[in-house]
Every structure is written in C-alpha cells, then in structure tokens.
Design a protein around this ligand. Structure first.
Ligand code: AMP
Ligand code: MG
Length: 398
C-alpha cells in the first residue's frame, strides 16, 4: 500500500500541464495567472498630495511667511498648476503636487479668512511633508505579479492599475463528478427508508468551485456494470478530470476499478495507507484524463478531494506551490492503526499567538455532519500512535 506522500507524488507525476487562455480581468479572479503583470507607470504616477490642506513653497516658510493668499484650488484629478511666490494653492488628498510647491499644510493647521490661509501659531511645517513622492511605491516596469500566482482581490487591483483589460490564466479543466451507488437519492426526490441522500457529489463540486474550478458537472450512476461502463465512458470522453465517489472498496458492488480498467483507464494506484480514505483509486485515461475514484464515505470523499484532487488541479494549472502550514494539537490524541491520520480540526488561536488545532470528534468516516465548523484537518504520521498536546502537525485547510 502506498504512503500518502508516495500517492501524492504519483498523482502529481501523472498530471498534464493545462494550457492558458485570455480572459477579462474580472473573470480572472480565483484563477492561476499565466503571465507577468508589469507596472504601467511609476506609482504614484506624480508627486501626490496626502492631506486636504494647502500647498506652499517651503522657501516662504523659511522666510517666516505665516499668511498665504489662496491663489487657486487644485482637487484630485485637476491638472497641475504652478504656485506663485508667497501664495498657497488649496489642495485635496490625491491631487498632484502643484509645480513649485514642496510642503503641504493640513487644513487642521490653518485658518482661512478672506481667502488668506494663516498657519496655526507655533506650527512648524517641514519641507516635503505630506507628499507621497512619484515612484516611491514602485517604478514603471516593475514586475508586480508573476505567472503561477492565484489571482486575489488585491491582484485584481494591481492588474487594473496596470491598465490591463484581459489577462492570461490557466484554462479551466472540464471536471465531471459522478456519485455511484444504488442507495443514493438526490435532494428533492422522495427517499425510502432503505435509501440515503446523495450529498458527496454536490459537496465535491462546491469544494472544487471554492478552489477556483468552475467547469464542474454532476451525475449519478447506479451500481450496474453495463450502466456504469456507459455513463463513465461518456463522461470520460468529454472531460479532463473525473472524480468518482463510491464503489472502490471490497464490496460485491464495488465495480469502479474494474469498469475503469475496461474503459482503458490505467491504474496508477489503489489504496493509500491512510484513514479516512484508504480505498482511494487513481488512474489516467487514454487521453491523459486524471481519474480520481474516491471512497464513498462522506468524510473520506471530502478529505481525499482536498488532499489529492485539489493539489493535482493546482499543479496542472501551474500554480506555485504553497509553503506547508502547521498547527499544534490542542489536546492529546491517540491513533493506533499504523495509518496516516487525517484528523478534522477546528482552529483556535492561543493567547501566545500559536495556532492550535482542536480535534473534532466524528463517529465514523460517514459522519459528515461533524465536519461543519471545522477549518480543515491535520496530518498525523503513520509511524506514531500517541500524539501529546502541543504536537506540531501539518494543517490542510478546506
Ligand atoms: P461506498 O464507497 O460506495 O462503499 O460507500 C460507502 C458509504 O458511503 C456508503 O454508506 C454509502 O451509502 C455512502 N455514500 C456513497 N456515496 C455517497 C454520496 N454520494 N453521498 C452520500 N453518501 C454516500
Ligand atoms: Mg457504493
């Protein structure tokens, strides 16, 4: 049986590299950027006034001038004016500094009477105060974003500031999610006492979307060889990624590995030394499609999706690898089966600023309701069984 690390390596090694496409900046939110974004202009693009007030020449202050006739007003967006000796220009935050001015006195430090600004008694203005110099944030041509960055709202600001209307991002893979099982009934349909609600497929799709993968469709297939072959075969032809739930364990109706084999999907591995999610199966279709067959137990499905499917899509999309994150166990935990344990946790921050992970009790790996309110899960290595409070473990946020 593969270790979790070996399974991850095997998956990453089998993933293709997705191509790129040009999309509007708004549509790039949450996608992986595939170009660099370079500053269009110096930032700020002009010496920028930082306070509402008056712009004056510091030479006048040195000559003990305290009263300044207001020559003009220059608001943000107004063209630059030139200041005359001994005078002030009324300015607003965001205005460009008037030519010849090198000092801003905030409105709170002056009194205005008959169009003359008088500096507050005893107020000492300094040269260059409240001026945000041109290019002091960054210079024209500076690379602000590079390929491999997932676009955030902050990045949307940067891209717009560079004057771009479209950017290159990774193409969205076509992902088809198939829930298998005779017992499954979708919400909205009548459910018999012997049946259960189909919750995995919609949850997997929601997780994929949360991570920026929106081209997802869901289908349900019953546990019958011919029907499975037909349904899965159809989806395989029309997708880049298949995510299946259920039918990969040792039960009599667990046909998925057999059906995938018959459809020409080459098995990369079956089973990982972990809990939950041990029966997971992974293979590659004839056209390079990644096929993730996840166990149907809902906690297993979601953990396997987060642990293997999402990182695989991120890597194929060219996303830069994120540094691992760690949290400390908030209370002692024991786990004896000699499997890597993915333990759902709620995060709490301690007074000392340490990130603490509080294990959340789940009855079984079918107890999906226990996951609500969890932030993710921690990874406890298979070599150990006793994990004292304070043990540092890798954290995977949902
Ligand atoms: P399986 O992996 O097919 O043996 O399923 C394991 C358990 O998970 C069974 O109790 C199934 O009823 C349940 N299960 C499988 N698929 C789903 C699903 N899509 N939604 C909710 N529960 C499921
Ligand atoms: Mg099943």
């Amino acid at each position: 049986m593969l270790t979790t690390a070996a399974a991850r390596r095997a998956i990453l090694g089998a993933m293709p590299a997705y191509g790129k496409e040009s999309v509007t900046v708004a549509a790039s939110n949450g996608k992986v950027l595939r170009q660099s974004v370079v500053a269009e202009r110096d930032q700020p693009p002009f010496d920028r006034v930082m306070m509402d007030g008056i712009a004056i020449s510091y030479a006048d202050v040195e000559n003990d001038t305290r009263e300044f006739p207001i020559q003009a007003t220059q608001a943000a967006g107004d063209k630059q004016t030139s200041i005359e000796a001994g005078k002030a220009i009324e300015v607003m935050t965001g205005a460009s500094l008037p030519i010849g001015a090198d000092c801003i006195v905030p409105v709170e430090r002056i009194s205005l009477c008959n169009n003359i600004a008088t500096l507050e008694a005893g107020y000492e203005a300094k040269q260059n105060q409240f001026i945000h110099p041109r290019g002091s944030d960054h210079m024209k041509g500076t690379e602000l974003l590079s390929s491999g960055k997932r676009v955030s709202s902050m990045d949307i600001a940067i891209i717009n500031s560079c004057g771009l209307t479209d950017v290159d991002v990774s193409k969205s893979p076509r992902i088809r999610v198939i829930s298998t099982g005779n017992e499954l009934v979708a919400a909205g349909e009548p459910v018999g006492p012997h049946q259960i609600r189909m919750s995995n497929g919609p949850a997997v799709i929601a997780m994929l979307q949360q991570h920026g993968y929106n081209d997802c469709e869901h289908d349900h297939a019953v546990d019958e060889l011919d029907l499975l072959r037909e349904k899965i075969g159809g989806h395989l032809d029309n997708s880049d990624v298949l995510v299946l739930s259920g039918g990969v364990s040792m039960g009599k109706a667990d046909y998925i590995p057999q059906v995938l084999g018959e459809l020409g999907v080459e098995v990369v591995f079956h089973k990982i030394s972990q809990r939950p999610g041990k029966p997971m199966w992974f293979g590659v279709g004839a056209k390079g499609q990644a096929v993730f067959a996840l166990p149907g137990n809902p906690v297993s499905t979601l953990v396997c999706c987060r642990q293997y499917v999402i990182p695989a899509l991120n890597a194929a999309s060219g996303e830069r690898e994120q540094p691992p994150e760690f949290a400390s166990l908030a209370q002692a935990f024991t786990f004896k089966p000699q499997l890597t344990c993915f333990l759902p946790v709620r995060l709490i921050s301690s007074v000392g600023g340490q990130l603490l992970a509080m294990p959340v009790h789940a009855n079984t790996s079918g107890d999906f309701a226990s996951l609500t309110g969890t932030d993710g899960y921690i990874e406890l290595p298979l070599e150990e069984a006793n994990f004292p409070a304070g043990t540092a473990a890798q954290l995977h946020r949902w």
